[in-house]
Write a protein of this length. Structure first.
Length: 276
């Protein structure tokens, strides 16, 4: 588990006085990494049955595209047949922004001295992830590429697949997405799409922290690009993306509207801000 190395590194930062504040500030991100990695210990498909065909059929029913033969195919399947190099390149760029841009935004907030907003954003990122992880266990689901490549029978220990992102690797001569998705331990975690959630969280907090219109526009553009890429590359259904958006809205609303408004949490936040 890679999180063990992250924990050790964090403990080293915490033990050294000059980096102690940074370690404390990074705690929400440490918790995110540990929670994500810990799902390997007890996969979601051991809790509930895996949804493969019902999700595929729902997508085809709601968003299916008619073919010349008179049948309907899902949007991801249509994109598999109709793609181009420019779109493939942009898809790869968008997906590479998935975690780095929100993380860079958090670092920016911290270095600019916006400590309260930094913590609010960091805890929102963590909380939305926890809601999404709960969704993985409530409703294990296969991504579109699985149904297209393997059919509707769940096969445990199926290796990760780059799907349409493989075209970016082939186009650039790099092995970026093959190295990322080749290590994917559980492919049955498509609902909700947290790819759809991360940049939306960043965009929301960019607005709330009164960042420049240019920054907000760039974040929104990347966010839309990731939503499109998720479907274009058959990594997610449109349904997954919509549920990822809903997860973000519900998660941030609960955090900002309920949790952070309680007196106890307000006191803890003030103390936390003073330590970082």
């Amino acid at each position: 588990m890679f999180s063990i190395y992250i924990i050790i590194f964090w403990l080293v930062l915490l033990a050294v006085r000059p980096t102690r504040k940074i370690a404390l500030a990074l705690l929400p991100w440490l918790l995110f990494a540990v929670c994500y990695d810990s799902m390997r210990l007890y996969p979601n498909y051991k809790v509930n049955p895996i949804d493969v065909q019902p999700l595929y059929e729902a997508e085809r029913s709601l968003f299916g595209i008619a073919t010349a033969e008179g049948t309907k195919i899902i949007p991801g399947e249509w994109f598999s047949l109709h793609n181009c190099s420019v779109a493939d390149f942009m898809a790869g760029i968008f997906y590479l922004c998935w975690v780095p841009v929100p993380l860079a935004f958090a670092i920016y907030l911290y270095l600019k001295g916006k400590r309260e907003m930094y913590l609010r954003f960091s805890f929102a990122f963590l909380f939305v992830n926890l809601v999404g992880f709960a969704g993985y266990y409530i409703h294990p689901a296969a991504p579109p590429w699985y149904a297209l490549n393997y059919g509707f029978t769940p096969v445990l220990n199926t290796p990760g697949n780059v799907a349409g992102l493989g075209r970016f690797d082939a186009l650039t001569g790099l092995n970026i997405f093959h190295s990322i998705y080749g290590k994917n331990a559980n492919v049955f975690a498509a609902v909700p799409s947290l790819h759809a959630a991360y940049m939306l969280v960043a965009t929301i907090y960019a607005v709330w922290s009164r960042e420049s219109k240019t920054t907000i526009a760039i974040f929104a553009f990347i966010c839309l690009g990731i939503w499109w890429t998720a479907v274009y590359t058959t990594h997610h259904y449109i349904i997954d993306v919509m549920l990822g958006i809903l997860t973000t809205i519900v998660g941030t609303a609960v955090l900002e509207g309920c949790i952070l408004r309680t007196s106890a949490v307000k006191r803890l936040m003030r103390k936390y801000i003073a330590t970082i």
